[in-house]
Design a protein around this ligand. Structure first.
Ligand code: GLU
Length: 305
C-alpha cells in the first residue's frame, strides 16, 4: 500500500507543526517529564505489511492500553463469568471517577475505566502472585507482538504507586462492597505494573494484530471474543470521549494517559499512535487527530462496509 507510507509521512509532517499539543499526564510524575513533541505512528496491515513514521520505534508507557490485554486474558480465563464482576456499558464519566461506583454499589460500568480495569486485574490475580500474573501478561503481549523485547518500567510503576491515591480510593471502595477479592495493595501493585509496560508504536501495532480478526494473524483469543473486545473498545475505549471518538474515527480504539492509542480496523489493520499531550478527557490530543486523519484518508470505518 504505497499510499499508506505517504499518508503517514504527511500526518507526521502536518502534526509536527502544531503548537497546541495538549498536556502530558502530570499525576504520574514520571510521565510528566516526557517531551510533548514526541510523535510516532505505526500500522500493521492484514496483508502482513508494516508501516512506521516519526518516533515509532521509541518505547512509551502504554498505561491504559494494557487494559485491552488484561481483558483478553480475563475473557480467556473466566469467559462470560467476568461480566459478573464488571459491566459493559459506556460510563460517560472521567476515567478515574468514583461517583458512579457509589450509585452502582461498587460494580464498575466497564473494564476500561480505572475501577473496571482494577476489578479485571483482581479477577485474574485470584490464586496467583502478582509476579505470576505480570509474567503471564508480558508473555501474552510479547507473543501477540512477536517480540520479546517488551518490558515493565519499574520507575513508572513506583511513581504511580506513590501518587495513585484515586486508584487506592477506587480499590478500597470496591473492597468495601466485597467486589475486590484480593487485598487492594496487592491488586493495585499488579495494576500499576501492568500500566507501566513500555512499547513502541511499532510493537503496539503488532501486538494489536490479533484484534483484526483477519486470516494469518496471531490467534490469542477465540474469534467471538475478538468481536466483543472490539465492541468494548468502540463503546468504552476513550472514557467520556468514547462517543466523540466513534463519531470522528468510526473505529474501535483504546487510549492511555501515556499518550498512546491502539486502534483496530477490523479485517484490515492495527494502528498505534503516540503523542504524550492529552486533551481534557485524558486521551492523546494529537493521537486522536492523527487517527482521524488516517481513517479519513484511507476510507477506514466500521460503518463504511
Ligand atoms: N495508570 C493510569 C491510572 O490508573 C491509567 C489511566 C489511563 O491510562 O487512562 O490512572
Amino acid at each position: 500500500m504505497a499510499d499508506l507510507a505517504k499518508i503517514l509521512a504527511e500526518i507526521v509532517d502536518e502534526l509536527s507543526a502544531r503548537e497546541n499539543r495538549g498536556v502530558p499526564a502530570t499525576y504520574i510524575p514520571e510521565l510528566a517529564a516526557i517531551d510533548p513533541k514526541k510523535f510516532g505512528i505505526a500500522v500493521e496491515t492484514a496483508e502482513g505489511e508494516s508501516y512506521v513514521a516519526g518516533d515509532a520505534t521509541e518505547a512509551f508507557s502504554i498505561q491504559s492500553v494494557s487494559k485491552v490485554f488484561t481483558l483478553a486474558i480475563a475473557l480467556g480465563r473466566l469467559g462470560d463469568q467476568l461480566w459478573g464482576r464488571v459491566g459493559r456499558e459506556p460510563s460517560g464519566q472521567a476515567f478515574n471517577s468514583i461517583l458512579q461506583l457509589e450509585h452502582e454499589q461498587g460494580r464498575p460500568r466497564n473494564p476500561f475505566i480505572n475501577a473496571g480495569a482494577i476489578a479485571v486485574t483482581d479477577a485474574i490475580l485470584a490464586g496467583h502472585e502478582p509476579k505470576e500474573l505480570l509474567g503471564e501478561l508480558l508473555h501474552f503481549v510479547r507473543t501477540a507482538a512477536g517480540d520479546d523485547d517488551i518490558h515493565i518500567n519499574k520507575s513508572v510503576a513506583k511513581s504511580e504507586t506513590n501518587t495513585g491515591h484515586r486508584n487506592f480510593a477506587l480499590a478500597h471502595f470496591m473492597r468495601s462492597y466485597n467486589r475486590l477479592y484480593n487485598p487492594p495493595e496487592l491488586t493495585l501493585g499488579a495494576y500499576f505494573h501492568q500500566c507501566a509496560i513500555e512499547m513502541s508504536c511499532a510493537q503496539l501495532a503488532r501486538a494489536g494484530r490479533f484484534l483484526m480478526g483477519a486470516p494469518g494473524m496471531p490467534r490469542m483469543v477465540a474469534p467471538s471474543r475478538v468481536l466483543r473486545i472490539n465492541a468494548i473498545m468502540m463503546t468504552c475505549g476513550h472514557y467520556d470521549a468514547s462517543g466523540d471518538f466513534a463519531f470522528r474515527v468510526g473505529l474501535p480504539g483504546k487510549s492511555g494517559v501515556g499518550g498512546g492509542i491502539l486502534c483496530i480496523v477490523p479485517g484490515k489493520a492495527s494502528i498505534a499512535v503516540w503523542s504524550p499531550g492529552l486533551n481534557d478527557q485524558g486521551n492523546s490530543k494529537l493521537g486522536t487527530e492523527a487517527i482521524e486523519m488516517l481513517a479519513t484518508r484511507m476510507g477506514w470505518s466500521v460503518f463504511s462496509g
